[in-house]
Write a protein of this length. Sequence first.
Length: 138
Amino acid sequence: MSTPGLLRRLGSLLYETLVFVALWLLGSALFTMIYGGVAEGKQRWVLQLLCLLLISGYFLWCWTHGGQTLAMKTWRIRLVDACGSTPTLAVAVVRCLLATAGLLLGGAGLWWALLDRDGQFLHDRLAGTRLVMAEKNA
């Protein structure tokens, strides 16, 4: 299984950002339709938590059901565990938490790929997962 190049993975990440924003807007729209405007206070925190759960749920579902998000399918990238299989929910949750932490730390998990011997992101290295090239569909 070959590792996709860094530019391919970053392209997929850019595409993933569009999905992230769309899910955040969807969660926000649904919440404000039900509860009205959210400017501050407890409702704002509930809205943010709801959006984060919606986005995390999307990633976890995709990673544990075929190993590919919409962006990963487009860029022909697949997430596998150490055995080359689709990750379990526990492994996917660990990867999601580590990836989030890496992004919050200035993208440290992504910068790591420049130093890693296999070109893997730090969250993949720590979670025991890796990104591989997916086969073309016939």
